[in-house]
Every structure is written in structure tokens, then in C-alpha cells.
Design a binder for this molecule. Sequence first.
Ligand code: 3PG
Length: 206
Amino acid sequence: MDLDDVLTGNPVLPVATLPDVESALPMADALLAGGVSIVEISVQTTAGLTAIRRLSRDRPRLVVGAGALRSPDAVEAAVSAGARFLSAPGLTPRMADALASTPVPTLPGVGTAGEAMNAAELGFRAMKLFPAVAAGGLEFLRAVAGQLPELRFCPTGGINPGNVRDFLKLPNVPCVSGSWVTSDAAIRSRNWSEIERLAKEAAALR
Ligand code: 3PG
């Protein structure tokens, strides 16, 4: 699994914040049934790391990454749990060191052109734009494509079925990320058929 596989394997990279580890397998099966083969599990809940470990063991067909990483310790724990890619909401010097030294692909978060340039100087060629819509969304990405054409962004934060197609049309956006496919509401109500339906829609976007 390299960075290109993460960026181009699926047009939508669902982000899931799991309230309990029991949700992990049925959610994964709904995604796979809908044709989505990747998920980012947030480590913001205590179930997150355990879910990454369980999915890595029991659903190897699903590429499972870890998101919302904020410290080098969290990076190490995610990789030990089996995460196959990592993402962070932003990039600090400590996080840059930690992410640069992991064996798995990483998507650090940036919110401005300066942060994107800094990430590029540190060797990151793809990054999350977070929070995407609040940070300028489509207009930001169009403007940056002109001056920093070599950079690729996975916008996250505020992407939804209504605007996702516009983001995916941009030349510097190989994929988008967001929580609408694996929403808190669907997971908490164990509405796996809704997740499968939304996964099918997402998988058909490109
Ligand atoms: C994330 O955790 O990556 C984002 O908060 C997802 O943003 P969204 O809920 O607006 O899709």
C-alpha cells in the first residue's frame, strides 16, 4: 500500500468515529458491500484503536487507516494497531517528524497555502485540506492549483453528497474524505443498510 493507492483507490475515503468496537465489523461489511474498500477510523474515541486492530485482523480486504492523530504517541499506537495509512488534522514539527518516520502513507492536514508549502518542503506530496469548506473549499483548491500544481489534496470537513462532485472535478483532488457515508447517526442507530446505500453512491462517483 503506497500513497497513490490510498489517493486513487476510492474517490471517497469515509471517516468513522466509532462509539464502540462492536460497530466496527458490521460497518466494514456495509462499506465493502457498497463497493468501498477503505475507511479512516478516528482515534478520538477509545474504541478507535481497538477497532483498527480488529478490522486489520478480520477484514484484510478493507484498507483501514487512522485519523485525528495529534501526537507522536498516537502515530506509533496507530501503526502498531495495523493502520495502513495515517491522517492528522494539522502539522506540527513533532508530528512532521513522527509522520515522516512511519512506514505507512500519511496525509497531514493543512489549511493555508503557507501550510501546504511547509508540508511540501518537509517532503509531503499529498495532504488533507482541513477543514476544507471553512478553509476556502473549491475556491482555495482552484487558486492553489495554479501556484502549487504539484500538490494533491484530499479535502475533508464539510464535504457532502451535494458538493462532492464539484470537489472531485478539480485536478488537484484525487479523492475526498468525510463522515457522511459512515455518519455518527447511522452508526449509533446501527443502520448498516443506509451505510451500504451511501457507500454505493460514493463508490460510483468516479
Ligand atoms: C474528520 O474527522 O476527518 C472530519 O471532521 C470529517 O468532517 P465532516 O464530518 O464534515 O465530513
